[in-house]
Write a protein that binds this ligand. Structure first.
Ligand code: F0G
Length: 460
């Protein structure tokens, strides 16, 4: 028979997990004001809050930790990283930062002014936060198919060219400092962008004099989807695909905590020297000197090695196929999810799961709390709490999708954990009719409220 798929690595270090009781979880989540960010990690059995900085580093990455050169300037770890970035991404300028949002802060400080508009595909919340904080506006141009969770489309992260051109026609080029292509598109479900779309968006940007930039956090997973789903790329290597992807943009911000499989780190790459010089000034002010950017030398070394490993086909296959396995299990149990499954997470459609909970009572958050109570599994709401309020009217924004994201850390959980997660959700699906009440906010911050929001159960 054909041999089944198995991971191209084995486990060397084990971190024990505590299996709590439902009573303990009831108490802990109440004390956490029903905000899963407030839980202590020991109170969580399987943590799917994020795939960011939660991966398991390899023995080669840990070796780089020991080899780290902690010189303030000119560290050999910096040059190791710079060489890998040149080799993989073929971009002439590079700045290290301590994580992805720091890269956004530095680059946007050099680019975005008040009243600018920044089109893109479902900008990530920190990206949008950094745009809105500068009194500019993020305009979502994702294809409509991304909002129909039940409809299959191989590249739901794609940008709608008509929507994008409408933005380019409506605003003068000097008001559009950049167009952000998020690969993969986290907010719409870890959905990839096709090479064809990247090429066409880039051409449209050039026609209107706008700079195309990647939010590259999950660029390697995007490349895996291009290889496995897009015609003409079957025989190309992941690294060839990555190089071609980057050839269509003038820069990128990167959260290395995702596809570079490190616990901390980020960077900016740029093609233009004068923009690099402008961004360098902000990097020194916000992040640190140009050869460390808020990171220790050891972090730079682990990141260089992580970029190599993160762009290997065998690793990406085990990673993306584990996420797909969770998706298939959930579909077997009829749980409504965004199809196809994304690169880093399965997104459960909370509007379909809990139709009896009013949208004003946060359906996806309600499901997230239920899943924690059921099995100690921590997911995250990608819905109304995350969408926050309109910065001008202060009204709640109700996004088209209310999702519970189950983000899978890289190289961390086994398929038994995956089966446990699916079973916990299946149990809730069985009793979904009885869940009719959600939550009300008792405290919230003026921006990015989901991190610190406090909630109480609605009583009727
Ligand atoms: N861009 C995307 C697409 C992201 O998913 C993230 C982070 C960032 C930028 C910011 O990077 O965290 O290193 O500052 N996403 C994490 C998540 C937090 O859980 O999806 P960061």
């Amino acid at each position: 028979m054909e041999l089944p798929f198995a991971e191209p690595y084995k486990i060397k270090v084990v971190e024990p997990l505590y299996r709590s009781s439902r009573e303990e979880r009831e108490k802990w989540i109440r004390e956490a004001k029903y905000n899963l960010f407030n839980l202590k990690s020991e109170q969580v059995f399987i943590d799917l809050l994020t795939d960011s900085g939660t991966g398991a580093m390899s023995q080669y990455q840990w070796s780089e930790i020991m080899l780290g050169d902690e010189s303030y300037a000119g560290s050999s770890s910096f040059f190791k990283l710079r060489d890998v970035i040149y080799e993989l991404l073929d971009m002439p300028y590079f700045l290290p930062t301590h994580q992805g949002r720091a890269a956004e802060n530095v680059l946007f400080s050099a680019l975005i002014k008040e009243n600018d508009v920044v089109p893109g595909n479902s900008h990530f919340d920190t990206t949008k936060g950094h745009i809105e904080y500068r009194r500019a506006r993020a305009i979502d141009c994702t294809i409509d198919e991304a909002c129909n969770t039940a409809e299959y489309h191989p590249f739901k992260g794609n940008i709608d060219l008509q929507k994008l051109e409408d933005v380019f026609k409506k605003y003068p080029a000097e008001k559009i400092p950049l167009c952000i292509i998020t690969v993969t598109c986290n907010t719409s479900g870890g959905q990839p962008v096709s090479m064809e779309n990247i090429r066409e968006v880039s051409a449209l940007c050039r026609k209107y004099g706008v700079m195309p930039v990647f939010d590259a956090a999950r660029f390697a997973e995007n490349a895996y989807f291009i290889k496995t789903r897009e015609k003409g790329f079957e025989n190309k290597s992941i690294r060839e695909i990555v190089k071609e992807m980057f050839s269509y943009v003038d820069g990128a911000t990167m959260s290395s905590k995702k596809d570079a499989i490190v616990n901390i780190g980020g960077f900016i790459v740029l093609r233009d020297k004068s923009l690099f010089e402008k961004a360098s000034m902000f990097n020194i002010m916000y992040e640190g000197y140009l050869t460390y950017g808020g990171l220790a030398g050891r972090d730079l070394g682990a990141l260089a090695q992580g970029l190599r490993e993160g762009t290997e086909y065998d690793y990406l296959e085990s990673r993306v196929e584990q996420v797909a396995y969770l998706g298939r299990k959930l579909q077997e149990y009829n749980v409504p999810i965004q199809v196809p499954t994304g690169g880093h997470a399965v997104f459960v459609d909370a509007k379909k799961f809990l139709p009896h909970v009013p949208k004003e009572e946060y359906q996806a958050q309600t499901l997230a709390v239920e899943l924690y109570l059921e099995g100690g599994v921590r997911g995250v709401e990608i819905g109304t709490l995350l969408a926050d309020r309109n910065p001008v009217t202060r009204e709640n924004r109700y996004p088209r999708l209310e999702l519970l994201r189950l983000a899978i850390p890289r190289r961390v959980y086994t398929d038994n954990h995956i089966e446990y997660i699916a079973a916990a959700l299946a149990n809730i699906w069985e009793r979904r009719e009885k869940i009719t009440k959600g939550f009300r906010i008792t405290h919230e911050a003026p921006i990015m409220r989901h991190f610190t929001v406090e909630l109480e159960r609605v009583e009727r």
